[in-house]
Design a protein around this ligand. Structure first.
Ligand SMILES: Cc1cc2nc3c(=O)[nH]c(=O)nc-3n(C[C@H](O)[C@H](O)[C@H](O)COP(=O)(O)OP(=O)(O)OC[C@H]3O[C@@H](n4cnc5c(N)ncnc54)[C@H](O)[C@@H]3O)c2cc1C
Length: 465
């Protein structure tokens, strides 16, 4: 009977285990995980902190019983400490410190990522928090409920920083967001970043751009966040959200090659160079479908898919991960921002001839109550007209997430701007327009391309609908 050992019990690890079981009724599956929270939705942590999700148990995608009922042996609070890829044995240490040696035929490494610890003096002290795991959220929650801070500084204006800024504001705290670069959410173009900043400021979040933090100093119960000699925030707690890095110590020490951003190198089958060893999720490189090269794109969506591929292949399958196009959506208060594919500068760097247009239009027929403006930036290649990417910003009711998904599907299929315009998309006045905003953008793009413009078009006026 094949022994499958999976290290990690979050999105990638669980997906691997469940798929292995689906495909192979007979194999033995053991999952070891360093924490006690198998298959919890880490993505839901901001909503637990905000109080919108009252009970953290609700964040479980599946209960422990649902997992073990699939005949998956779960070893929680068991940390893998060493891989012996020659003997096919993994050393696993429990909380009491005892080590057991677990043999495997096929191994799936799904150890995820760790929060990046920036070079800031004082980052490792009590009262400075990270948000990456159930345990880290409990620590922060405990602090919030027992110490009752009033002001919190968040270091980092990426999506986790933004979601947490909203969560803490929702809870009644005053938030200062410190951002190293000029614009929040640097994964989208600065004009859209500026809109997100305006949303944050409408909700009394203080946004301080171009503010690299050098030190966090404790004074009694307060923290002074400093940039050089200047105090830039005087707060009761600090949350650091400056991104993640792949958690690859095990693989690296065992000699597995590392690629983009230090993530484990895998092929489309999620196989490492070592026979019988697969890896998936935030600890591995991800094939970018448009760039056709490995990148590092740590997202839950990707981790689930890669885990499924690894799980199927670990029991003898031949599934391929089709690649990511970098689709992402974030809600910040009443605003939703999403992107897929490449920004213009990324497309240029990849050798495309990109043209980007921007339109502002209504998310549904303007005569029907509740219509809100939405902004679409569409990038396509001037020569082939192939769509390369899109960014969208609009209201929560504006269908932003699903509209970006249409473009993501188009990117997957290699669609041109003309084909995007040809799609048979749904319409009813409360939800859309006969020409969906996406198609309006495609038409604007084609018009601009035919006009031979070399610069991006901004069209603040409503286009005919
Ligand atoms: C606050 C927050 C919000 C997010 N929101 C979104 C979102 O909206 N959309 C989205 O797509 N993504 C989101 N993400 C990202 C998403 O959560 C991750 O991409 C996803 O959890 C990665 O899954 P994973 O299984 O690869 O790794 P992880 O979730 O990092 O899990 C790693 C697992 O490995 C275990 N482990 C690690 N080392 C060892 C070891 N040595 N021995 C045994 N076990 C070990 C851990 O205990 C854990 O079970 C968010 C992340 C955070 C932190």
């Amino acid at each position: 009977m094949t022994q499958i050992l999976i290290i990690g019990g979050s999105d990638a690890g669980i997906s691997a285990a469940l798929r292995a079981r689906e495909v192979d009724e007979t194999c033995q599956i053991t999952m070891v995980m360093a924490d006690a929270y198998p298959n919890y939705s880490i993505c839901g942590l901001p909503y637990y902190l905000s109080g919108e999700v009252k009970d953290w148990h609700a964040l479980a995608h599946r209960t422990r019983d649902e997992i073990t009922s699939q005949r998956i042996t779960l070893l929680t609070d068991h940390e893998a400490t060493r891989l012996d890829l020659t003997e096919r044995i993994v050393d696993v240490r429990d909380r009491a410190g005892s080590i057991q040696r677990v043999a495997y035929d096929q191994l799936v490494i799904a150890t995820g990522a760790m929060p990046r610890r920036p070079a800031i003096d004082g980052v490792d002290q009590e009262g400075v928090f990270f948000l990456h795991s159930m345990e880290s959220s409990f620590a922060f929650q405990r602090f919030l409920t027992t110490q009752r801070p009033r002001r919190v500084a968040i270091v980092g204006g990426g999506y986790i920083g933004l979601e947490t800024a909203e969560a803490l504001t929702h809870r009644g705290l005053r938030v200062t967001l410190l951002q190293r670069g000029a614009s929040v959410l640097s994964t989208v173009d600065p004009t859209l970043g500026a809109s997100i900043r305006a949303t944050l400021e409408r909700h009394r979040v203080t946004v301080l751009p171009e503010m690299p933090v050098s030190a966090i100093e404790r004074h009694g119960k307060r923290f002074q966040v400093r940039r050089g000699a200047n105090t830039i925030a005087d707060v009761d707690a600090v949350l650091v959200a400056t991104g993640v890095e792949p958690n690859t110590t095990l693989g690296r020490v065992a000699g597995l090659p590392l690629g983009a951003r230090g993530a484990i190198v895998v092929d489309e089958r999620m196989a490492t160079v070592n026979p019988g060893v697969y890896a998936a999720g935030d600890c591995v490189v991800t094939l970018h479908r448009l760039l056709q090269e490995p990148t590092y794109l740590p997202l839950g969506t990707t981790a689930h898919k890669q885990g499924r591929v690894a799980g199927e292949n670990a029991v003898g399958g031949d599934l391929r991960f089709a690649g990511s196009v970098g689709t992402q959506v974030v809600r910040v208060f009443e605003t939703v921002i999403a992107r897929t594919g490449l920004l213009e500068r990324e497309a240029l760097a990849a050798g495309y001839a990109p043209l980007t247009i921007e339109i502002t239009t209504w998310d549904h027929k303007a005569y029907y109550p509740g219509a809100q403006e939405m902004v679409i930036r569409l990038t396509a290649d001037r020569e082939t007209t192939r769509v390369l990417g899109a960014q969208m910003l609009g209201a929560v009711s504006g269908g932003i997430a699903k509209r970006i998904d249409v473009v993501a599907a188009g990117l997957y299929a290699g669609m041109t701007a003309g084909e995007l315009n040809d799609l048979d998309l749904s319409y009813t006045p409360p939800l859309g327009s006969p020409w969906d905003p996406l198609q309006t953008a495609a038409q604007a793009w084609l018009h601009e391309r035919d006009a031979g413009s070399s610069s991006s078009l901004t069209s603040p006026a409503q286009l005919p609908q």
